[in-house]
Design a protein around this ligand. Structure first.
Ligand code: DGL
Length: 263
């Protein structure tokens, strides 16, 4: 396990633990940082388990429960943020049953997309795991039964985002191939809203805009998740609290700059 620590943990009021299979959860961590500039954050990237998209469901639940349980014992956070749709759509009930601190999840932003679409044609771009989930289907029937919802599972998009953050160039043609199924034009109605239902995808927003056949509204739920985190915290930023960032990965060693520019 690779670790980079800057400073020490903050004592009784622990950090917020933000967790993802890789660097995608940094898009959520950056919004939390915007709202809580001095709070301590611990970021856990389970890159040894990346990508979660193809994991078998029962195995993924057990894996995440053990990993997050270990880290909660280790860093004593004041809250856990599962900054991963593929994990949240599966593991939230288990984590909430096992932990005594608030657990905030990240699930596909189908409700705001259904509220904002004008054409009534939306797409949900996610990992194959999130697309398969019962949880996702139930969000659609609860909040988007009146509109047309196109579920698009991408095998490689989160890996392309990992590559971008590691400084490798993004192949726009390959990117286009991953997302072109999002763009539907049917009976004069075109997709006007795409839900970024994987926390990695906002890292590619600029490139996604470049390869889109027409402009769409991209929904990144990170700001809403950060607001939710603020509302459930047991204790907010303390007077005089000093920002501390700690990063863990389960696989490769970490370049602290990769994380720190988001936090
Ligand atoms: N960032 C994760 C999500 O929000 C999953 C990425 C992956 O494991 O491929 O779904």
């Amino acid at each position: 396990m690779a670790t980079n620590m800057q400073g020490a943990a903050t004592g009784t009021d622990g950090p917020i633990l933000v967790f993802d299979s890789g660097v995608g959860g940094l898009t959520v961590a950056r919004e939390i940082r915007r709202l809580l500039p001095a709070i301590s954050l611990t970021y856990l990237a389970d890159d040894a388990g990346f990508s979660y998209g193809d994991w078998e469901e029962a195995a993924l639940i057990d894996h995440i429960s053990a990993l997050v349980g270990d880290f909660v014992a280790k860093v004593q956070p004041r809250a856990v943020v599962v900054a991963c749709n593929t994990a949240s759509t599966l593991v939230l009930p288990r984590l909430r049953a096992e932990l005594t601190i608030p657990v905030v999840g990240t699930v596909p932003a189908i409700k705001p997309a259904a509220e904002q679409t004008e054409s009534g044609q939306i797409s949900v771009l996610a990992t194959p795991g999130t697309v398969r989930r019962e949880y996702t289907r139930s969000l659609i029937s609860q909040f988007a039964s009146e509109i047309s919802v196109n579920l698009v599972g991408s095998r490689h998009l989160s890996a392309i985002a990992e590559d971008k953050l590691a400084g490798r160039p993004v192949d726009l043609l390959r990117l286009k191939g991953e997302v072109e199924a999002c763009f539907v034009s049917q009976n004069d109605k075109k997709t006007d809203t795409v839900v970024l239902a994987c926390t990695h995808y906002p890292l590619l927003l600029e490139e996604l805009e470049q390869v889109s056949p027409w402009p769409v509204r991209w929904i990144d739920p990170a700001p809403a998740i950060a607001r939710r985190v603020c509302s459930v915290l047991i204790s907010h930023q303390q007077e005089g609290e000093r920002k501390v960032n700690i990063h863990f990965t389960t696989g490769r060693s970490v370049d602290p700059n990769e994380f720190n520019r988001f936090l």
